[in-house]
Design a protein around this ligand. Sequence first.
Ligand SMILES: C[S@@+](CC[C@H](N)C(=O)[O-])C[C@H]1O[C@@H](n2cnc3c(N)ncnc32)[C@H](O)[C@@H]1O
Length: 178
Amino acid sequence: MLNELFQWIVVLLLAVVVSFITVSLVFTIFWGAPFIPTSERKMRRMLEMAVLKKGETFFDLGAGDGRFLVAAAKMGAEAVGIEINPFQVWWCKMRIFLAGAAKKVIPASVVRGDIFKQDLSSADVVTCYLFPAMNKRLEEKLRRELKPGARVVTHLFRFHGWKPVATDEDEKLYLYKV
Ligand SMILES: C[S@@+](CC[C@H](N)C(=O)[O-])C[C@H]1O[C@@H](n2cnc3c(N)ncnc32)[C@H](O)[C@@H]1O
């Protein structure tokens, strides 16, 4: 009897977790971009292209699993992720916690919310891997809010209204300067 109850609880918990993941994935697909991680190699290249320096403020717009936040924080930047998907936010927090727990606490955080409702004016470096329709809206916002000299690196999709200062055509990475 107890054994059967335990099995039902496990099945129920699994069903809740699977539904949560499915709903949050569908949610982000309709919101603009699903979670597809940038490879570690491309991520390093993006941070290298941006010449991210110690003490700078770094934003990853659509933080995914938080890989950029941990890498940027380890380079000495103050890393902030904006992420709309609650499941991804939880993932980012776990990743930051684990990276911080291994040594000292790292300067990385994640905000649950819509990129378009956040103030990005403190950013020195911004990275994003978003669909073209979102990039189009983002171009305007970044132009309005970022300080002169701020760098933006996009993955796969360009900002069509901006002229890149450097490109990596093999990796499909584009660097812009405000
Ligand atoms: C293609 S993934 C990129 C993840 C990470 N930046 C990377 O390169 O590995 C896009 C991420 O943006 C998030 N996203 C989509 N629309 C968003 C919005 N309006 N505001 C905040 N995050 C958003 C998705 O949930 C997803 O995690």
